[in-house]
Design a protein around this ligand. Structure first.
Ligand SMILES: *Cc1c(COP(=O)(O)O)cnc(C)c1O
Length: 426
């Protein structure tokens, strides 16, 4: 029995030790070392079903946003559950295909699609390009027309959801780089209708990330449906409506709606429309299915602050340094010792290199800690800064552990580099 699961059904304490499913985390540290990302297969599967179940027999496609965590094992797992993918680069398309994903279930988002990426996506036969500008529309049209094929397109519209009523993190505001301004979308659809090499199949938006309330999603949907109705009067019918991703998760004390409630709210608003519904969840599928396992290297108590220096750093998990994001940090084997107030920091030479501020923990050097909710935007945002080899990744499945990415070797980090040719010494 797992007790006190801080954020997830399948990650919690058993007999005083933090476990992922049936595997105690010290076992993983002993096998693969630290830092190590550890994911729960059962949690990933449960999250996927939570999104898909409410659809019942209604035509839909979940397109997992690969950028949240693009390990092949995770892409493969979702592909086997029937998932499609939301990609933002040709590299992600190659990953999806290498993992066994189906190109015909791929939507391609992103503001800067290169010619070679568009060509690759056309070669592989993706489901749809989510077009983010007039120039991109022209580019896709000319590439497809030259090949005498039709590219399936959707316009990513920017519904400009009001931040005053919904002050959440947003990518759907008129002042950011994503999507086509709502007021320009109708004219651009008409333009697309007249261009060669294009087949209009859908419309999409993605209004932001870590959204913990339903109303902004419904506001965006209402605006979208208004536009869809106008398009219908022009004879532009759509095959799918892509309502993006962005559903938040619990990192601390947030109370985001359950995926099921979120999907039900969308479906209620959609009524009996016939279009296929696409969603692009990322964080909500993987975030709380993973932890970053790290070990305390040094304790450095001081007059102003106490530092616990761990072997994971901002290059492994960038969210705290990048967004001042909060991740719970818990001991793998809590003891009955005295707690102190700790700054949990990594070895990287930046003052911004922290994983957590002011955490009350009972720590000894050598202890294992778990950084919770690290399944999304953790490994996929990692870097090699300070020539640090990136962490290993493991997936737990019941009592089995699978190493799904070997720890990087330092030599690989500079294998592509060359010293300058210098003339022979005179
Ligand atoms: C990042 C992204 C997503 C996923 O967002 P989450 O907040 O992780 O659900 C979906 N669609 C697009 C276009 C994205 O850029």
């Amino acid at each position: 029995m797992l007790t006190d699961p801080p954020h997830s059904t399948f990650i919690g304490y058993r007999a005083g030790t933090l476990c992922v499913e049936d595997v105690p985390l010290p076992q993983i540290a002993a096998s693969f070392g630290t830092p190590c990302y550890v994911y729960s297969r059962a949690q990933l599967t449960q999250a996927f079903h939570a999104f898909s179940r409410p659809f019942g027999t209604r035509p839909h496609l979940l397109c997992y946003a690969a950028k949240a965590n693009s390990n092949l094992a995770i892409l493969d797992l979702f592909a086997r559950l029937g998932s499609g993918f939301d990609i933002v680069s040709g590299g992600e398309l190659e990953r999806v295909l290498a993992a066994g994903g189906d190109a015909r279930k791929v939507v391609f988002s992103g503001v800067g699609k290169r010619v070679d990426e568009i060509e690759l996506a056309l070669d592989k036969g993706i489901l749809c390009f989510n077009v983010e500008s007039a120039s991109e529309l022209e580019r896709i049209s000319s590439i497809a027309a030259r090949r005498k094929i039709d590219a399936a397109i959707s316009l990513r519209v920017n519904p400009d959801v009001d931040p005053k009523t919904h002050p959440y993190i947003s990518t759907g505001l008129r002042n950011n780089k994503f999507g086509v301004a709502f007021e320009d979308a109708f004219a651009l659809y008409r333009r697309a209708h007249g261009l060669p090499g294009l087949r209009i199949t859908g419309i999409d938006y993605h209004i932001g990330s870590q959204i913990t309330e339903i109303p902004p999603f419904l506001d965006a949907l209402d605006k979208l449906l208004g536009l869809v109705a106008r398009l219908e009067t022009e004879g532009i019918g759509l095959h799918h409506l892509d309502l993006g991703g962005g559903l938040g998760i619990r990192y601390a004390d947030e109370t985001p709606p359950e995926p099921g409630r979120y999907v039900e709210a969308l479906l209620a608003r959609l009524g009996d429309r016939r279009e296929t519904i696409i969603l692009e969840p990322g964080r909500a599928l993987v975030g709380n299915a993973g932890v970053l396992l790290t070990r305390v290297e040094y304790l450095k108590p001081g007059p102003a602050r106490n530092f616990a220096i761990v072997d994971a750093a901002m290059n492994d998990l960038m969210r705290p340094a990048l967004y001042d994001a909060y991740h719970a940090i818990v001991p793998v084997q809590p003891g009955a010792r005295e707690t102190r107030h700790w700054e949990i920091v990594g070895p990287v030479c930046e003052s911004g290199d922290f994983l957590g501020h002011g955490r009350d923990l009972a720590l000894s050097e050598g202890d294992l800690l778990a950084v919770m909710s690290a399944g999304a935007y953790g490994m996929s945002m990692s870097s090699n800064y300070n020539t640090r080899a990136r962490a290993a990744e493991a997936v737990v499945d019941g009592d089995a552990v699978h190493l799904v990415r070997a720890r990087e070797r330092v030599g690989d980090l500079f294998a592509g580099e060359r010293r300058l040719p210098f003339p022979p010494q005179r």
